[in-house]
Ligand binder design. Structure first.
Ligand SMILES: Cc1ncc(COP(=O)(O)O)c(C=O)c1O
Length: 463
C-alpha cells in the first residue's frame, strides 16, 4: 500500500503503465523503486540491498556500476553522440562492432545488422527471411516455425514467434504464417519411460511432420533459443539440436538461433550455439551484448542470406528496413567495450568455474517436496515448483506459488523471477562463488517460507 502521496511510488502509480505487470495489483501495491546498483547488488529508495539474481532481465552480465562502460559511453557522447546508418552513412564504433561480432560468431557469418532490442532483432529476422525468399523468387516459402513456450519478443511479429499464451491472448496474435512446434521439455512433455534421446527424436519427427503437412515449399525458417528462457529455463533434451538440424537442412529451412539470453557466456560457452553444436544461418542477440547498459541488438546473417538480400536491395533500390537508432554509436561503443571486458577477464572461463556452485547448489532441492525439477546450464537455472511431485501436477492457479516465492525472496534480499511456478535464476556473469552461496542462502529462506505457506494454505499434495 502506498501511503506517502508525493512519493516516487505514488507518482509511478499515477503516471506509469508498466510492462508485464498486473496494473490493478500495481495500483494497490506500488512499485519497488531501485535507485542504485553496484556489482551484483541493487538498492531501493529505502536503502535496502538486493542481489540481482536475474541480472535484471537475464541481461546485466557485468553487473552494475562498471566504470569502463560508463567511460565508453561518455567518451563516445562527446565525440559523436548520434549518427544513423541509413543511405551509406556509418560511424566508427558501429563498424568496429560489426567486424568484431563476425570475428567471434560461432559460425562464419557475412554481415551484422543492428537494432535496439531482442524483439526488434527478431522482427528484423522475419522481414529478412521474407525478403530473402522473395529475392529468390520463392514467394510461397514464408512460414516460420517457432516452438511452444519459445520467447522471441513482443512486437507484433516477434510476439507471434513467442509461444506463450499471455503474449497472444487478447492481442489478436499470432499473425499468419507463424507456426509453433512441440516444446522440447522432457520433464513436462516426455512420455512415461521415454528417454531424453527418444523424446528428442519425437520432437524432430513432429517438426518434420509439420513441415510436410504445411508443404516444404512454404516453410522458410525455424527459430529457437539454444536454452529457452522465459518459457521456464528449458534445457533441451540430449541430442535435440543434433536431430532438429538435419530436418531443417533436408527441406531447405533456414535455422535462426535466438541468442538473446544465451549469447556471451551464459551457458558456459561464448554462444549457446556452441554449447549445443548449433549451426545457424541467422543469429539474433541483444541483452549481454552491451551488458544492457545501452539498448542494442544485432542480427548476424550468413553469406547465402546476405547475397539474396543484397541482390534484392539493388533491384528495389534499397533494403527498406532500419531504425533511427540502428547501430547507434554510443550503444555500439558500449557494446564494444563490453566485448573487450569479456575477453580481458575471460568471462567464459569464469562462468565455467563458478557455474557448478550454482547448479549443484540448486540441485540440492531436487528432492524437496515442492520441487518437480531443477534444471539449468552455466549460469542460468530454473527450479520448477509443483503441487504433487509424484504426478507432476502443477499448482492451481499456475503462478500463484511462484509469485509468493518471488515475493519472499525479495523480502530476503534476492530478486529473481517466477516464470509461472518455475523460479528463474540467472545472476550477472561476474558473480563469485561466495556470492552464489549468498544467493543460495536467500533462496533457501524463500523456499522455507513458501513451504510453510503452501502447507498452511493446503495447496500441495505433500508439504
Ligand atoms: C530469447 C529472447 N529473445 C528475444 C527477447 C526480446 O528481447 P527484448 O525484450 O529486448 O525485446 C527476449 C527477452 O527476454 C529473449 O529472452
Amino acid at each position: 500500500m502506498v501511503e506517502r502521496p508525493n512519493s516516487a511510488a505514488a507518482l509511478d502509480i499515477a503516471s506509469h503503465l508498466h510492462p508485464y505487470t498486473n496494473a490493478r495489483k500495481h495500483e494497490a501495491e506500488g512499485p519497488l523503486v531501485l535507485t542504485e546498483g553496484k556489482g551484483i547488488y541493487v538498492y531501493d529508495d529505502q536503502g535496502k540491498e538486493y542481489i540481482e539474481g536475474l541480472a535484471g532481465l537475464w541481461s546485466t552480465s557485468l553487473g552494475f556500476g562498471e566504470e569502463r562502460l560508463i567511460k565508453a559511453a561518455t567518451d563516445q557522447m562527446r565525440k559523436l553522440p548520434y549518427y544513423h546508418n541509413f543511405a551509406q552513412k556509418s560511424a566508427l564504433p558501429t563498424i568496429e562492432l560489426a567486424a568484431k561480432l563476425l570475428e567471434i560468431s560461432p559460425v562464419p557469418m557475412s554481415k551484422a545488422f543492428f537494432a535496439n532490442s531482442g524483439s526488434e532483432a527478431n522482427d528484423t529476422v522475419i522481414k529478412m527471411v521474407w525478403y530473402y525468399n522473395n529475392a529468390l523468387e520463392r514467394p510461397e516459402k514464408k512460414k516460420i516455425i517457432s516452438r511452444i513456450k519459445g520467447y522471441h519478443g513482443v512486437t507484433v511479429a516477434s510476439a507471434s514467434l513467442t509461444g506463450l499464451p499471455m503474449n497472444h491472448r487478447d492481442f489478436d496474435l499470432p499473425i499468419a504464417n507463424i507456426l509453433h512446434t512441440s516444446c522440447p521439455h522432457h520433464y513436462r512433455f516426455g512420455l512415461d519411460g521415454e528417454t531424453e534421446e527418444d523424446f528428442a527424436t519425437r520432437c524432430a519427427a513432429d517438426l518434420e511432420q509439420m513441415i510436410l503437412d504445411e508443404g516444404p515449399d512454404t516453410v522458410a525458417a525455424f527459430i529457437g533459443e539454444p536454452v529457452m528462457g522465459a518459457g521456464g529455463v528449458l534445457v533441451p533434451p540430449r541430442t535435440y539440436w543434433e536431430k532438429i538440424q538435419p530436418v531443417l537442412k533436408k527441406y531447405d529451412v533456414l535455422l535462426v538461433a535466438d541468442e538473446v539470453i544465451c549469447g556471451f557466456g551464459r551457458t558456459g560457452n561464448l554462444w549457446g550455439s556452441q554449447t549445443y553444436d548449433i549451426k545457424p544461418d541467422i543469429l539474433s542477440m541483444a541483452k549481454a551484448l552491451s551488458s544492457s547498459y545501452m539498448p542494442i541488438s544485432a542480427v548476424l546473417i550468413s553469406d547465402q542470406v546476405y547475397q539474396g538480400i543484397a541482390d534484392n536491395s539493388a533491384k528495389i533500390g534499397a533494403f527498406g528496413h532500419g531504425y533511427t537508432y540502428s547501430g547507434h554509436p554510443v550503444a555500439a561503443a558500449v557494446a564494444l567495450e563490453t566485448l573487450k571486458i569479456y575477453e580481458e577477464r575471460d568471462i567464459v572461463s569464469h562462468v565455467q568455474q563458478v557455474a557448478p556452485r550454482l547448479q549443484e547448489g540448486l540441485r540440492r532441492y531436487a528432492d524437496h517436496p515442492l520441487v518437480g525439477e531443477v534444471r539449468g546450464v552455466g549460469l542460468i537455472a530454473g527450479v520448477e515448483l509443483v503441487a504433487d511431485r509424484a504426478s507432476k501436477a502443477p499448482f492451481d492457479p499456475p503462478g500463484k506459488v511462484g509469485a509468493y516465492f518471488a515475493a519472499r525472496a525479495q523480502a530476503h534480499g534476492l530478486i529473481i523471477r517466477n516464470l509461472a511456478d518455475t523460479i528463474g535464476i540467472c545472476p550477472p556473469l561476474i558473480v563469485t562463488e561466495e556470492q552464489i552461496d549468498a544467493i543460495l542462502d536467500r533462496f533457501d529462506k524463500a523456499m522455507d517460507d513458501t513451504a510453510t505457506w503452501v502447507a498452511q494454505e493446503g495447496l500441495a499434495a505433500v508439504a
